[in-house]
Design a protein around this ligand. Structure first.
Ligand code: NAP
Length: 479
């Protein structure tokens, strides 16, 4: 922890908040304070914005290869520091070290992917339908961006935005979640070491998100907001962006259905469920929130899932052999407890777990509920914890209707051995991503994002960089 930056990163330099304010960073496994970091106010945010705005023109003119090489070097530095970054992430966020190492690799891969995209930004030339006029189409960076990230994937949610912004030639102000500022500050140090010019990336850690971000969104100089977080906050930020017509990318909440048909391979389905539910202790926008299992296999599926969930080791993420770390904070755990109590009040049976342990830390045990009533609150609330809620269904039309009966549409999981059924149901699911016989869809090479109130735009994949580029068309009459 001693070498971890704890100050703001503005214009390539580390700085305290202008008013000297700091905020604590807690260890969710113990409830103890790990350290304090600078707590930016509006004045600091304006300095960060100034730096991004001043650096924009020159940065946009850099050779794509130069931007690509910076990302490639940063990718290598991150991988070389896997242990250090994984320990840092686990200490501030709680996830087990094995998962934190996985996130470091996932996060670094966004930089490698976008280092390869930086040199493939294309344009076009064509004859217009009248045969006389020509069109020259080119791409350019959208301009200074505000990037706002959540705490659940502290490193990867940063690189998924910073990677394409750098590749496209945008400058940026990053505001990470207050629970997990250290990973973002460490990332800034990596990029500085990789040769990123001053002012291109600025990081403001703050406990005053609204005060710091709203003036930037309303000020007219920030040209793009890329936000990952809850739908409620996303909605508020969209309203703020409307006045100055700031372009937005919104990666918002989910309420993923996990559908197991009667022809599913149950071993595959249970393996998929363990990933879709337990990755990140269930604190993922992609987490399976509603398990719809065909009534003929529901009992067997529930029994096997409960057996696997009950065998997981709960404890501090830094301890080797631990599968399930603490939840992010006491509020996060209280929400999970309330949702489980509500489901049980409405008749759900607890197959395993269901009671938080005594003692320090925000631990909650892997829990499987069955016979869940469809009116339970956890059916229309992101659980964000290690709780699998099982409901049964009888036929395909019914389950598709129930799966789509939600304002969200991020991801759905589908377990069947029938190709016809898989293709049919996949087309009818109102989601941006589908896992077929798998519980994992995230991949830097694939477009990540949702429909309905799960968001706008995509991150990653070939189109990830598009979010940070504008078109300009030149009309050329040929005489
Ligand atoms: P959150 O409460 O919406 O916060 C997300 C970020 O927004 C934090 O940095 C937060 O800072 C900031 N924020 C909150 N109010 C703000 C305001 N008025 N102005 C500017 N910034 C503001 O979400 P979270 O609890 O951190 O993360 C969990 C949520 O993220 C879940 O809903 C999850 O599904 C979603 N998520 C979505 C994806 C995806 O790709 N679709 C990926 C990961 C997570 P403060 O905490 O200081 O308010």
């Amino acid at each position: 922890m001693t070498d971890t930056p704890t100050q703001l990163f503005i214009n390539g330099a580390w700085a305290d908040a202008a008013d000297g304010a700091t905020m604590p960073v807690d260890d969710p496994a113990t409830g103890e304070i790990l350290c304090h970091v600078a707590d930016a106010g509006p004045k600091d945010a304006r300095l960060a914005e100034d730096a991004a705005v001043n650096a924009q023109q020159e940065w946009a003119r850099t050779a794509p290869r130069a931007r690509s090489e910076i990302l490639r070097r940063a990718h290598e530095i991150i991988l070389a520091r896997t242990e250090e970054l994984a320990h840092l992430m686990t200490s501030e966020m709680g996830k087990p070290l094995a998962e934190a190492r996985g996130e470091v690799a996932y996060a670094a891969e966004f930089f490698r992917w976008f280092s390869e995209e930086a040199v493939r930004i294309d344009g076009g030339y064509g004859t217009l339908p009248d045969g006389r006029n020509r069109m020259l189409l080119s791409r350019r960076p959208v301009g200074p961006c505000l990037l706002i990230t959540p705490w659940n994937f502290p490193l990867a949610m940063g690189t998924r935005k910073i990677g394409p912004a750098i590749a496209a030639g945008c400058t940026m102000v990053l505001k990470p979640a207050p629970q997990t500022p250290l990973s973002s500050l460490a990332l800034a140090a990596v990029l500085k070491e990789a040769g990123l010019p001053d002012g291109v990336l600025n990081v403001v850690t703050t406990s005053r998100a609204g005060e710091v971000c709203e003036p930037l969104l309303r000020g007219g100089r920030i040209r793009k907001l890329s936000f990952t977080g809850s739908t409620a906050v996303g909605r508020r930020l969209l309203a703020q962006c409307a006045d100055t017509v700031v372009r937005t990318s919104m990666e918002l909440g989910g309420n993923a259905p996990f559908i197991v048909f009667d022809d599913a391979d149950l071993d595959v389905a249970v393996d998929g469920a363990m990933i879709a539910k337990m990755r990140n202790m269930g604190e993922a926008c992609t987490a399976a929130n509603r398990f719809f299992v065909h009534h003929s296999v529901a009992e067997e599926f529930g029994r096997r899932l409960a057996e696997r969930m009950g065998a997981l080791v709960v404890g501090p993420g830094t301890r080797e052999g631990v599968d399930v770390g603490p939840l992010i904070d006491t509020a996060g755990r209280a929400k999970v407890e309330e949702l489980v109590a509500d489901a049980v009040d409405r008749g759900a049976r607890v197959l395993v777990g269901g009671r938080a342990p005594e003692g320090p830390g925000c631990f909650y045990p892997p829990t499987v509920l069955t016979d869940v009533d469809s009116g339970s609150r956890l059916m229309d609330t992101e659980i964000f914890g290690p709780v699998a809620a099982i409901l049964t269904f009888d036929d395909e039309d019914e389950v598709v209707h129930r799966a789509n009966d939600t304002p969200w549409g991020l991801v759905g999981y589908l377990f069947t051995e029938g190709l016809d059924r898989a293709l049919r149901v996949r087309e009818r699911l109102e989601v941006g991503m589908v896992g077929l016989n798998t519980g994992l869809v995230s991949n830097p090479a694939a477009p990540f994002g949702g429909v309905k109130q799960s968001g706008l735009g995509r991150e990653g994949g070939r189109i990830g960089i598009e979010e940070f580029l504008e078109y300009q068309y030149l009309a050329i009459p040929v005489r």
